[in-house]
Ligand binder design. Sequence first.
Ligand code: ZN
Length: 410
Amino acid sequence: MKKRRLKKSVKIFLICFPIVILLIILIIPKKEKVYMESFVGKAKEEIIEFCKLKECEVKFNYDYDINTDENKIIKQSKKTGSELKKNEIIEITISKGINYDIYKENNVNELGRVPIMMYHGIIDKKSEETSYTGGNVDKDGYQRTYEAFVEDLEFYYKNGYRMVRLIDYVNGKIDCELGKSPIVLTFDDGLANAIKVTGLDTNGEIMIDPHSAIGILESFKKKYPDYKVTATFFLNAGLFQQKEYNDKIIEWVIKNGYDIGNHTYSHADLTKTSEEGTIKEIGRMYNLLKSKTDKFVNIVALPYGTPYNANHQNFKHVLNGTYEGETYTTISALRVGWESDYSPFSTSFNPNFIKRIRAYDNNGQDFDIAYNFKFLETRRFISDGNPNTIVVKKENLQYVNGKNLKIIDY
Ligand SMILES: [Zn+2]
């Protein structure tokens, strides 16, 4: 009898025990898990309140941020949704807003002018070997000595200019270090001395004469990596005038950060062609470029700088047309001479009709290099170092064409 009772109580115990445990688990208040929330963009007070409530600690850092208003949170060390331990330290970065001081210190002016340099041939000569002024090789200074070109590049660099691609300038993509000014290099006529190929190496790669334009540019690429060496070459039917190497040259220049554009098929004066003839000159050259690469730029350098006036009957055919079934659109036509052009963010900027500076010497007169860069000293584009923002002086705000970028005035 006793044994039976014992057996019964064991049975009861075995049934009740798990129920009691389960009840204990259910009844005893559980310690709630705490998870991190997102505070980016929120006010400092919100994270303070949160940490008070969730028993964590907060440590503040401060930084400038153009995209986050002053006193709003830029960054949190703890990932949103991750579990927070008691007394854990969270590092929070608070925005100090825009650093207007660096704009003032660097005199940032993204409405300033940009020099677009127009070169033709680079002749392998010392400047004293010519009978013309400075580094000119001909009377008008269209051809420049090797020595003068090297000096030009040193001069631009030392005066705080950094190269940008012509197409980027046109599109308002100015990626230039804080306090530096953009400069654009162009070369017309597709001369062999733009990139003189001396042969092929054992890998079948072109070997470039170091005294040709690209040879010199490549040496500057090594000398000053922050120079961001680039240039745009405007070609005619002869391309780079090296039949056996033209295709390899085009491939090489594009691969190495240079651009090629349209200088008409036969270097025509577009005030002397018919309207149909104009379409042929532009369209045929585009078709030739297209047959070589899909990476040329839709920019035309006008031979002789003509027409001088964008109202000329042929000018519209420079911009748009169809030749042999292929339709083209030109985003910019480049003129010849004489001065720097507007910032791409200026309401005065006309991407269709861009001015260039003839890169020549004339004792600081008649819009030569010295003349133009002296003029630019007080008017040049000075970058804020951020391609996504346009920083201008307060008084110039009304002249900004924002191109969907953030505009900051100071
Ligand atoms: Zn030309």
